[in-house]
Structure formats: structure tokens, C-alpha cells
Write a new protein. Sequence first.
Length: 189
Amino acid sequence: MVAFGPHDGAMDWVPLLSAIAGAAIALSGSLLAEVRRDRGQRRRDRDQEEWQTCVDFGLALDSAHSALRDVAASGDAAAANRSAANSAVHDAGVFAIRERMLMSAGTDLATAGERAFLRVVQVRNVVREGATLQSAEYHGAYHAFAEALWSYRVAVRTAFGRSPLTPAVVDRASWSEVESCDRCSLATS
């Protein structure tokens, strides 16, 4: 029979306690790393969703404007234009995407987006009242919309860390395009 000294039993616990403490530290480190990774992934997912909403909103505004141009070019009676202009904006999905954008975008983006939305609504309003592509009413509303849409695009680029565009970079005098508009340049001559 082997006799143990007074400290021999305590010595058997030290490696076991060290192993348990090491495992706990390793596990907590792994959990912390996973939490950080999950938080980073959620942030990237949220940024991607916001980016997609902003792009979708810009595309919807452009689609609505394109449909409004078709209505203005149709030469239909004002009553037909009213319904067609309303449908042009509705069918483009502007209202639903606007809601997503207003709820998820930062203040600068939401403000720029709302300005562009209000300008496309103004184009809709003049078209549904019978404005044609050549009318002063249409051009006034269109150039304000073009300026607001480009301001929105620049705000999106800036919000997502891309360098902002200027009119000169894309060979334009301004975002409104009024200087290069045949109809408007004739009116100011």
C-alpha cells in the first residue's frame, strides 16, 4: 500500500483545474469571436440591404419618369393623361420603395430621396394636367426632377463611401440639363 503525503491529493487537482480554466478561456474567446463575426455580418447585410433599397429607389424614379415621358408624348386628352400619369408612377413601384428607403436610409439619403420623389410627383402632376414634352410646364418640372435625381445619386455614392460625381466629370454643365435642352435654350435666347 502506498501512503500519500499531505499535499499529494491537492496536486492531482491542479492539472485538472488548469485544463478546465484553459477550456473555459478558449471557449469564451471562440464565442466572443463568433459574436463579433455575427455582428459584422449583420452590419454588412444591413448595408447591402440599404444599398439595394437606394438603387431600387433610383431605378423606380427613373422608370416612373420614363413612363411619364411616354404619357406626355402620347398627345392624349387630359382625362386619359390623368389616369395614365397616376399609373406611371404607381406601376414603377416608387411609393413602396420610397417607404423602405425612408425607413432604412440615413438622414442625408432619405432627404435627397424625398426631394427626388417630390420632383417626380411634380412631373406627374403637370403631365396629368395635360403638359406635353414640348411644354414649358413639363420642362420646368423635368429639369427640377433631373437635378434632384442626380443629387440623390450623389448622396447615395457619398453615403456608401464612393467618391461623389460632379456634372463636369460626366461632361455636363449641370445636373438639371437645362443648358443643353433645345426647348429651354430657345426660350432663354
